[in-house]
Design a protein around this ligand. Structure first.
Ligand SMILES: NC(=O)c1ccc[n+]([C@@H]2O[C@H](COP(=O)([O-])OP(=O)(O)OC[C@H]3O[C@@H](n4cnc5c(N)ncnc54)[C@H](OP(=O)(O)O)[C@@H]3O)[C@@H](O)[C@H]2O)c1
Length: 328
């Protein structure tokens, strides 16, 4: 066996659920976690013969560690082994981020959610470890886990806004950066890679662990369990994307409704409307799916991301700045 899917942040929440779902589809999955021992523990817990651990650290919060991870992975896998599906899942929200900036003066949230996965993907590509294979397509698949919150970003005029550190970071901007990465990757490397963004909707996972008990209780009532929310990530990883646009973005249920994913140019959509539509989707998606026994709000499909996520000039500018900051 030499053809794998690699899932980052696989010890928890959506990452673990995605890994399990891919393995159930017959795909051999490698778990990559911030602490290598977590990969092993999770592989043991999931107990699926198609799931294996990467036994060393995949910490995206530090560029040196990302480089070290790719070097070790290359040595461990050997020349013929390949990753044909990379799921850039690992991420965090802004609450209580410490330290809040990297030595390169990049906001830590941006480093973890965007710059780390950007460098991981680019290095794996440059070492020819990311190649199409047995897992469905002739091209490698890169899934960038974005979020509905990318629709709530402010009007970004300066690309530095994605990178410059602020104490809490700006989660929606990092998730917009994920969607822009998808667009630029398809534009620049579309002959060898298919990139797809995935919007899991609201998921009750470890990402809320720093919230207070009341907030967590409320979230547990309206957000889907991880194995359900991982559906759009799995769809992004394995569905046929041959006719997908370069900004390919998969959402599901209420998060794919026209109210939220209309085609209007951003100038015509006031931010309050985007926030309201997001709020409605957040509140109704899982309850409708749950009450209807998954008859409703279950379909994962391609939808347009926010107009700024379809802006190729912005995608290229973020790409160039990411390269500059990472010294690629
Ligand atoms: N939950 C939601 O409602 C929701 C909605 C939209 C999008 N998302 C996105 O879904 C993805 C997965 O989040 P989740 O909800 O499943 O949360 P989670 O349960 O907290 O899982 C996040 C994973 O990312 C890992 N991670 C965090 N910082 C890292 C770093 N510096 N280096 C490497 N790995 C790191 C975590 O590792 P540790 O266990 O070591 O911390 C964990 O494995 C994230 O990208 C998130 O933005 C989540």
């Amino acid at each position: 066996m030499s053809d794998f899917a690699l899932v980052t942040g696989a010890n928890s929440g959506l990452g673990a659920a995605t890994a399990e779902a891919l393995a159930c589809k017959g795909i051999h999955v490698l778990l990559a976690c911030r602490r290598g021992e977590d990969s092993t523990a999770t592989a043991n817990a999931l107990a699926n013969p198609r799931i294996s651990a990467v036994p060393f650290d995949c910490d995206l919060g530090d560029l040196k560690k990302v480089r070290a991870f790719v070097d070790k992975l290359e040595k461990k896998m050997g020349a013929n082994a390949q990753v044909s599906i990379l799921v850039n899942n690992a991420g965090m929200n802004g609450t209580g981020v410490k330290p809040w900036k990297t030595p390169e003066n990049v906001g830590f949230l941006t480093q973890t959610n965007f710059l780390g996965p950007f460098v991981l993907t680019r290095l794996m590509m440059s070492k020819n470890m990311l190649r199409g294979g047995e897992n469905g397509t002739s091209k490698a698949r890169v899934v960038n886990v974005s979020s509905v919150t990318h629709r709530t970003h402010g009007n970004i005029r300066d690309v530095q806004a994605f990178f410059n550190p602020t104490r809490e970071g700006h989660y929606p901007n990092t998730k917009l950066a994920n969607a822009l990465f998808t667009l630029a990757l398809n534009e620049k490397f579309g002959n060898s890679v298919t990139a797809v963004s995935a919007d899991p909707g609201g998921a009750m996972t470890g990402i809320w662990r720093r919230y207070g008990p009341l907030a967590r209780f409320a979230i547990s009532l309206i957000f889907a369990p991880a194995d359900d929310a991982a559906t759009s990530v799995v769809h992004a990883a394995v569905a046929d994307m041959s006719s997908a646009p370069k900004y390919a973005y998969v959402a599901r249920g209420a998060f794919a409704w026209k109210l939220l994913c209309g085609e209007e140019p951003s100038a015509n959509v006031p931010r309050w409307r985007r926030l309201t539509a997001t709020g409605i989707a957040v509140f109704v998606d899982w309850p409708i799916r749950w009450i209807s026994g998954k008859m409703l709000c279950s379909h994962a499909t391609l939808v347009p991301p926010t107009p700024q996520a379809r802006d190729l000039d912005l995608a290229n500018a973020v790409w160039d700045e990411a390269e500059r900051r990472a010294g690629l």
